[in-house]
Design a protein around this ligand. Structure first.
Ligand code: KG4
Ligand code: ZN
Length: 347
């Protein structure tokens, strides 16, 4: 099975060719430079950029994999959640290719793509406990099968990637903040600044990061962070995020085990690229009797190989979409999960 994957849900234009046995090509065109002057992603600029680069990138992905359209068994594109303009560009391209070449179309949930790629990279079997941590999401999910997700917990305010990005901006580091903070933290002391760990020790497996972000901004405003202190602040902030995730994992593991026993803990999403976090959560998972898996960092951040792989998983089960499939700005993996959690919960 040879599938073309297309990813345009945010600020990365990506195309990839994937087979059941591995990744044949995986190209990402980052729009970082276009958005950097604005300090974040500008949806209109993103959509225009996807239009400009997507066709060339698809051609390149096919050239690298040394295949042609007639070799394909299907085409998959991220259809949500994400920025609607970008999603329209990628999904329309996928539909056109499917129509012209009579191929099955898979309109993939971007979060499902993050969730399933470890099954290609690490041969993980269902069920598993997934911690999905990215720029816009933070959730524990029980993954029972393709399309079968139960949310155990989510953030009541910010996502961790968002917190990394905002803290980076506060101290003058470049967007995206995650890699910049991780790099700065290498030379810092994680015990230097006393920062809060919202919801730590509370029952359940929901998350909160906004109090941590505010505490960092207060330290800066109080003049407690000079240029030379930035590595210490980054290390202390990163340590607080890891502590929060570790504490919540202990609760999620118990909730998961009640139905499924000890299984793999799988880390996914852009923040899962963080090596300090990977090492700590691996140790915690192992202590809890869970094995640990996280895709290589380049497959944690947004890419099209994960979209193509989700397409393979769906096509194998005949979960094919019609050409009238619509892009969706919001698209939860577990439609039965309550829309807002933790109302009234204070950190
Ligand atoms: O999954 P992703 O590429 O895009 C979304 O779907 O959100 O995640 C992007 C997020 C950004 O907030 C970025 O700062 C964060 O992942 N990130 C990291 C690291 N690399 C990327 N956060 C912490 N440490 C990293 N090494
Ligand atoms: Zn993502």
């Amino acid at each position: 099975m040879i599938i073309l994957g297309i990813e345009t849900s945010c600020d990365e234009t990506a195309a990839a060719i994937v087979t059941e046995h591995g990744i044949q090509s995986n190209l990402v065109h980052s729009q970082l430079e276009e958005h950097r002057p604005f300090g974040g992603v500008v949806p209109e600029i993103a959509a225009r950029n996807h239009i400009e680069h997507l066709d060339g990138l698809i051609k390149q992905a096919m050239d690298v994999a040394q295949i042609n359209f007639h070799d394909l068994d299907g085409v998959a594109a991220s259809a949500g959640p994400g920025l609607i303009g970008g999603l329209m560009v990628g999904l329309t391209m996928a539909k056109s290719i499917a129509l012209v070449h009579s191929l099955p179309l898979m309109a993939v949930n971007h979060l499902e793509a993050h969730a399933l790629i470890p099954r290609l990279t690490d041969k993980v079997d269902f069920p598993y406990l997934l911690l999905l941590i990215s720029g816009g999401h933070c959730q524990f999910l029980t993954v029972r099968g393709v399309g079968q997700y139960r949310r155990l917990g989510t953030t009541i305010d910010d996502a961790p990637g968002e917190a990394f990005d905002k803290v980076a901006r506060m101290v003058g580091l470049e967007y995206p903040g995650g890699p910049a903070i991780e790099a700065a933290a290498v030379n810092g002391s994680r015990h230097r600044y006393d920062l809060p760990r919202p919801l730590k020790g509370r029952p359940g497996c929901d998350f909160s990061f906004s109090g941590l972000k505010t505490a960092v901004s207060r330290k800066i405003m109080e003049g407690k962070v000079l240029e030379k202190d930035i590595p210490d602040l980054c290390a202390s902030f990163q340590e607080a995020v890891v502590d929060i995730l570790e504490d919540r994992l202990q609760h999620a593991a118990v909730a998961f085990s009640e139905s499924h026993g000890t299984r793999p803990l799988v880390l996914a999403g852009g923040v899962a690229a963080n090596s300090v976090l990977r090492a700590r959560l691996k140790a915690t998972a192992n202590t809890l009797g869970f094995s640990f898996t996280a895709p290589p960092p380049a497959l944690c951040t947004d890419n099209a190989a994960m979209v193509a792989w989700a397409g393979i998983e769906r096509l194998r089960l005949n979960m094919v979409d019609n050409l009238d499939a619509e892009p969706r700005a919001r698209w939860p993996l577990d439609p039965d999960a309550p829309k807002s959690v933790g109302a009234g919960v204070k950190a």
